[in-house]
Ligand binder design. Structure first.
Ligand code: ATP
Ligand code: MG
Length: 391
C-alpha cells in the first residue's frame, strides 16, 4: 500500500520571486535524503506530496524532520474522488478514538461546488451523527480534521509534525566553516545551514603533533551535517610548519592569538579560492581567552572577509543542548585533541595588543600560508571516501 506525506513549506513562502528555485532545491534535498525509498513527488507553490511505500513511512518522516525548509509534515489520506461521501469516509478514518474534534477545510480547487466553511459544517454534522460520543470543540479539540480540496483530489489529515523550518540548504549561498573537533563549530554550522546556507569545512591540522584520530573525528563531525542535507567539501590544511614557527619565534602568551590570525588569513584564501561567501566559526564571546572582544578584534584585524559567529551570544550549555539534539555531542567529546598541548600556553593573553601582535609578525615568512593552501587536502563528503585513500 502507498502512503502520502504532505509537506508544508517553511519560510520560503515569503520569497515570492525565488519561490520556484526554493521549492526545486527543497525537492532535490528531499530526494537526496530519501531516494533509497523510491519516493514519487508532486508539488506546487504551496505544498509538496511524497508518495511512499507504507513500510517506509516512519523512517521517511524521521528523515524529513531533519530537512530545512519544511514547516510541517503530515501523513494524509488521499482520494481522487472528491464526493461528499468519500470525504466523510476519510474523515471518519482520521477521527479514530478521539472524542472532540474540529474540521478545517482548505479549498484550492475553486471550482469545487461547496465552499470551505460549508463543507466543514456539513462534514462535522455527518461525523457527529455517525460516530458515538463525539463532540465539536473549536477551541481545544482532541483532533483537528483537515480537508484539502485540490484539483487532483482530496487530502485528509490531522495536525502534522513540526519540521525543522528555515530555508532549504543551498538556496542562500555557501559558507566556509572553521571546523575543529570541539563541540561548538559543528553547531555553528548546523545553525547556519538552517538559513539555507551550504557549508564547506576547513580544518587546520598539525601532524604529527595532532593525530589521525583527530582528523577522523573532524570528518565524522562534518558528516553529521550530511544528515541535515549538506554535502560540502572538507579542506584540510597542513598547519604544522606555521604552528612550529609561531612556537619557536613568538611570545608564548600570544601564541593562540598569532595562530588564529594565521588561521583567519588562510581561511580567507580558501574561501576566495573555493567560492564561499563568508567564513563562519564557533566562537562565543568570552568562552576562552582567545574569544574576548579584544581578542576577536585583534584576530579579525587580518581580514576584511565577512566572518559570522552564529554562537557569539550562546551559553555553553545552550550549545551543548543543540549538539545533543543534532547528534554531534558524543563525537565531539571523544578525547582526541585537535590542537597539541605543546602549543597551548599556560597563560594566554586575555587582552592582546594589536601593535604587539603585528610586531610579532614582522619576521614571519608569509609564504608559509600559501604553501599550506597549495598542499591542501580536499575530501568530498558527497562520496563516502575513506580517509586512508588520501594518506
Ligand atoms: P569548539 O569551539 O568547536 O568546541 P574548540 O573549543 O576546540 O572547539 P576554540 O578554541 O573554542 O575551539 O576555537 C574557536 C573556533 O575556532 C572553533 O569553534 C572553530 O570554529 C575554530 N577552530 C579552532 N580550532 C580549529 C581547527 N583546528 N581547525 C579549524 N577551525 C578551528
Ligand atoms: Mg569553543
Amino acid at each position: 500500500m502507498e502512503k502520502i506525506i504532505m509537506i508544508k513549506y517553511g519560510e520560503l513562502t515569503t520569497k515570492k520571486d525565488n519561490r520556484n528555485f526554493f521549492i526545486r532545491t527543497l525537492e532535490n534535498n528531499i530526494i537526496n535524503s530519501i531516494k533509497e525509498y523510491n519516493p514519487k513527488i508532486r508539488k506546487d507553490y504551496f505544498r509538496m506530496f511524497i508518495i511512499i511505500n507504507a513500510e517506509y513511512l516512519n523512517i521517511v518522516i524521521e528523515k524529513l524532520k531533519n530537512i530545512f525548509g519544511i514547516h510541517e509534515i503530515a501523513e494524509c489520506y488521499y482520494e481522487k474522488d472528491k464526493s461528499f461521501e468519500t470525504i466523510c469516509e476519510l474523515c471518519t478514518k482520521i477521527i479514530k478514538s478521539n472524542n472532540s474534534f474540529k474540521v478545517i477545510t482548505n479549498r484550492s480547487d475553486k471550482n469545487y461546488p461547496i465552499k470551505s466553511m460549508d463543507l466543514s459544517k456539513q462534514v462535522g454534522g455527518y461525523l457527529l451523527k455517525n460516530i458515538k460520543n463525539l463532540t465539536v470543540d473549536v477551541h481545544d479539540p482532541n483532533i483537528e480534521v483537515n480537508i484539502e480540496i485540490r484539483k487532483e483530489g482530496v487530502y485528509v489529515y490531522s495536525a502534522g509534525i513540526k519540521g525543522s523550518g528555515g530555508y532549504p540548504t543551498g538556496t542562500l549561498g555557501k559558507a566556509l566553516l572553521m571546523l575543529s573537533g570541539g563541540i561548538d563549530s559543528v553547531v555553528a554550522g548546523y545553525l547556519t545551514m538552517k538559513r539555507g546556507v551550504k557549508i564547506d569545512f576547513i580544518y587546520f591540522e598539525s601532524l604529527p603533533h595532532t593525530s589521525l584520530e583527530a582528523r577522523e573525528k573532524v570528518i565524522s563531525l562534518a558528516k553529521i551535517l550530511k544528515e541535515y542535507g549538506n554535502n560540502g567539501k572538507l579542506y584540510i590544511i597542513p598547519f604544522t610548519k606555521i604552528q612550529e614557527t609561531i612556537y619557536k619565534d613568538m611570545s608564548p602568551e600570544y601564541m593562540i592569538t598569532m595562530m588564529r590570525r594565521m588561521m583567519y588569513r588562510i581561511a580567507e584564501k580558501v574561501a576566495k579560492k573555493y567560492k564561499s561567501n563568508v567564513i563562519i566559526n564557533g566562537e562565543s564571546i568570552g568562552q576562552v581567552a582567545s574569544q574576548t572582544l579584544t581578542s576577536i578584534n585583534v584576530v579579525n584585524e587580518v581580514t576584511n572577509y565577512p566572518i559570522i559567529r552564529p554562537l557569539s551570544s550562546f551559553d555553553k550549555l545552550e550549545i551543548i543542548e543543540i549538539a545533543k539534539k543534532i547528534g554531534s555531542y558524543e563525537i565531539s567529546i571523544l578525547p582526541y585533541e585537535d590542537c597539541c598541548t605543546i602549543f597551548v600556553p599556560t597563560h594566554p593573553v586575555i587582552n592582546p595588543n594589536l601593535e604587539f601582535a603585528k610586531k610579532q609578525e614582522e619576521n614571519f615568512d608569509f609564504a608559509l600560508l600559501d604553501e599550506a593552501v597549495n598542499n591542501i587536502l580536499i575530501l568530498d563528503l558527497k562520496n563516502e571516501v575513506e580517509q586512508n585513500d588520501y594518506l
